[in-house]
Design a protein around this ligand. Structure first.
Ligand SMILES: [Fe+2]
Ligand SMILES: [Fe+2]
Length: 267
């Protein structure tokens, strides 16, 4: 049982933090969200935290200091080459585990907090994305390799484009993990639910970034890109930011979900 003998615990997961406005929203808002939801553990996707593309040590530190227990990432994690050594050195940051190596970093990490072993798994999809190794088989490998003390709660961030691939992985993991949450599209979906065997699922957490934007980036530039079909360099949008994510209640006896609700909070 957890240290405080609670029969359930709560997890907050936040979607892709985009740029400095996203990091600032997390720095200003996460502590109050943790209090509001009485959260025991927090996972934040930081793949766009540094200027919209990738992570830096400074941005990672800001997310961890704001209250994240684990920072997951995605396809943009490779953008800042200076960050590659941090992927090995820091135990609280993950990259998608199904990239064929050798590459720095890890896609799965365990963290003990208040008597509970949280195991966070970061995978990436292959549909409309780079054809890396199989996320389904990588998930099996990770679950088979974890032999932690009970209770162990498994949290999956599936960074993927295709809703069908995301739902398929959710159902594949159903009953074996507490949560499968999609990231990457930056648009929060309204399909959060408990799957038949007890896993909480949402196709995409949404982003934590500027509201009036195209997935966190400057609208005028994005419109110009779309109209001209020229890959003009995108820049971060400026303005009010919203935190998007979920809160999941997990039964401490079963390690499966009791409820899932969406978080949509402006700062
Ligand atoms: Fe992203
Ligand atoms: Fe992504």
């Amino acid at each position: 049982m957890p240290d405080n003998n609670k029969d359930s615990v709560r997890l907050i997961m936040l979607g892709d933090v985009v740029g400095e406005a996203g990091v600032e929203a997390v720095s200003r808002g996460l502590a109050s969200l943790i209090e509001l939801y009485a959260a025991d553990f927090v996972v934040v996707n930081g793949e766009n935290a540094a200027g919209g593309f990738g992570l830096t040590e400074t941005a990672l530190k800001a997310l961890l200091e704001a209250g994240a227990d684990m920072v997951t990432t995605g396809n943009h994690v490779w953008e800042k080459r200076d960050f590659w050594p941090i992927l090995d050195a820091n135990t609280s940051v993950l990259r998608p585990g199904n990239y064929p190596g050798p590459l720095p970093g890890k896609g799965c990490a365990a963290k003990e907090k208040n008597g509970i072993n949280w195991v966070v798994i970061n995978l990436q999809g292959r549909e409309y994305m780079t054809p890396i190794d199989c996320p389904f088989r990588t998930l099996d490998t990770y679950l088979a390799s974890q032999k932690g003390e009970s209770p162990v709660f498994y949290i999956v961030d599936f960074h993927a484009e295709s809703p069908q691939e995301k739902e398929a992985l959710g159902l594949y993991a159903d009953g074996r993990v507490a949560v499968v949450a999609g990231t990457h599209t930056h648009v929060q979906t309204a399909d959060q639910r408990i799957l038949p065997k007890g896993t909480a699922y949402i196709t995409d957490l949404g982003m934590t970034g500027v509201d009036e934007s195209v997935i966190g980036m400057d609208t005028a530039i994005c419109l110009n890109r779309n109209k001209t079909q020229v890959p003009i360099k995108m820049e971060l949008a400026v303005g009010k930011a919203t935190i998007h994510g979920i809160c999941v209640e997990i039964d401490t006896q079963t390690g499966l979900a009791r409820s899932i609700e969406r978080i949509n909070q402006s700062y």
